[in-house]
Design a protein around this ligand. Structure first.
Ligand SMILES: Cc1cc2nc3c(=O)[nH]c(=O)nc-3n(C[C@H](O)[C@H](O)[C@H](O)COP(=O)(O)OP(=O)(O)OC[C@H]3O[C@@H](n4cnc5c(N)ncnc54)[C@H](O)[C@@H]3O)c2cc1C
Length: 427
């Protein structure tokens, strides 16, 4: 006997659990839309925790902007097809405010200056321009701006983080920066931030760590540590370490994957279901059947279709090559679920410029989906492929988020706009 697959109904299916997908699910829940979220792990695990809006334009000249909105104005003058050109400014601000306040309400507070980018130290000692900064990294912004006496602390065996390299790289312009490398209490061999964060859940380990750092403090007013101050108990661990050291502490993002992405992920995994979102992590949307104005019937599972979801509208937030929303082969770049046309260079030979490190980037990085003004992906004739399919995030064409420093901003603001467009249409 052939058993029918289980089927659920939902007004909206969000495809993808990266920043764009979780953002879309949050914004849809805010509007009371019955929403199902399905996705495999994406770039979120690799997130630094910093939420960029717009930092660099033109990328070939690496011009760094203090005001992200002025940067967007300049970008859109030169590159009007960038997805930001489809968005309303006040919606973009609302999206960022809501996304960051939601994180703050659930133990991951952020700070943003509405009109200004902030400058943050990276794990290799360079300085990165970003928009919204986790509060745990905020003292680092102030220490860097003031060039205040500061100690960078690293740990023997910790992969991808060298306090000495950070201090050496910055010391020409920041003479009051120093560093130390110490063993992490009770640990040896190869260390990863997740292990350290878990160990710091114990008050005795926090006290031992503070005791190990104290002799190196000297006259420093600030102490920088790799992002490892707690995972699920992050706020408590941060406050306690700051109290024990009697200095202003800050975290520095570590090389990916670090715990900054895990913190983001855990907030959304825990809280979206409380908002009524039906979440299905580590599941994939494998098939779809369009049902005209009635929406879609999707097949979901891990390897094969195990259940179906019938929905009136969908937001595709499948990411790029890493997230597997796009795939590249000898014949070109394809969108993997709907086989939507992908805007891309005419010839494969034009995907990359001849110099791998060309500051202007590579055309392949701007390949992606083109949409109408309501973020509905276009078909081969240039019309919305489906009346109730929307796209958000890095799958969109005409942007190079890595170089422009607009990754999270693009994901969050297009997710907000896609949900708004969907509501406007009544899908
Ligand atoms: C190493 C690294 C560092 C970064 N640092 C920063 C930073 O400092 N600041 C910043 O702003 N941004 C940063 N980003 C960028 C930011 O993470 C991305 O711009 C953003 O995650 C893009 O989000 P997205 O949701 O569009 O795509 P992704 O994060 O790639 O998510 C796509 C999702 O779709 C899923 N998916 C694809 N197809 C299907 C399907 N058929 N069914 C179900 N699910 C599917 C994938 O599994 C994945 O969950 C960084 C990214 C990386 C990789």
């Amino acid at each position: 006997m052939i058993r029918a697959l289980p089927e659920i109904e939902s007004d909206l299916l969000v495809i993808g659990t990266g920043l764009a997908g979780i953002g879309a699910a949050l914004f849809a829940a805010d509007r009371g839309i019955p929403t199902t979220l399905v996705g495999m792990t994406g770039e979120l695990n690799f997130a630094s925790g910093l939420l960029d809006l717009m930092g660099i334009h033109p990328i070939a000249q690496w011009r760094c902007w203090n005001n992200p909105w002025a940067a967007i104005d300049a970008l859109l003058r030169d590159c009007p097809e960038h997805p930001y050109g489809l968005l309303d400014r006040s919606d973009m601000r609302t999206a960022f405010q809501r996304f960051t306040s939601f994180l703050g309400d659930h133990g991951l507070p952020y700070h943003l200056e509405p009109e200004a980018n902030q400058r943050v130290i990276t794990p290799v000692g360079t300085v990165k321009t970003t928009y919204a900064v986790p509060v745990s990294m905020l003292h680092g912004v102030a220490a860097l701006a003031q060039k205040a006496p500061c100690l960078m602390v690293g740990f023997t065996g910790l992969k991808g983080f060298s306090s000495r390299q950070i201090a050496e790289t910055l010391k020409d312009r920041w003479p009051a920066i120093g560093s130390c490398q110490i063993p992490f209490p009770g640990m040896s061999g190869e260390l990863y931030p997740e292990h350290l964060a878990q160990a710091l859940a114990a008050p005795t380990v926090r006290e031992q760590l503070a005791a190990a750092i104290r002799p190196h403090l000297g006259s420093s007013l600030y102490v920088g540590l790799p992002a490892m101050l707690g995972l699920y108990d992050h706020g408590l661990v941060f406050r306690e370490m700051q109290r024990l050291l009697e200095r202003k502490l800050f975290e520095i993002p570590t090389m990916p994957p670090g715990i900054t992405g895990l913190r983001l992920k855990s907030v959304f995994e825990n809280e979206l279901p409380r908002l009524g979102v039906a979440t299905h992590f580590q599941q994939k949307v494998l098939t779809f059947e369009p049902r005209g104005e009635d929406g879609f019937l999707f097949g979901v599972g891990t390897q094969r279709v195990e259940w179906r979801v019938r929905c009136r509208g969908a937001i595709l937030a499948g990411g790029r090559f890493f997230g597997r929303g796009l795939r590249a082969d000898r014949t070109g770049i394809r969108e993997t679920l709907f086989d939507l046309p992908v805007a891309q260079p005419a010839r494969r030979a034009d995907w990359h410029r001849s110099d791998l490190f060309d500051p202007a980037g590579h055309p392949v990085n701007r390949a992606g989906l083109e949409t109408d003004s309501r973020l509905r992906p276009l078909d081969r004739r240039g019309r919305p492929a489906y009346p109730n399919l929307y796209a958000a995030g890095s799958i969109l064409a005409h942007q190079d988020w890595t170089r422009m420093k607009c990754g999270a901003g693009l994901a969050i603001t297009t997710a907000y706009a896609a949900v708004k467009a969907l509501v406007g249409r009544g899908a």
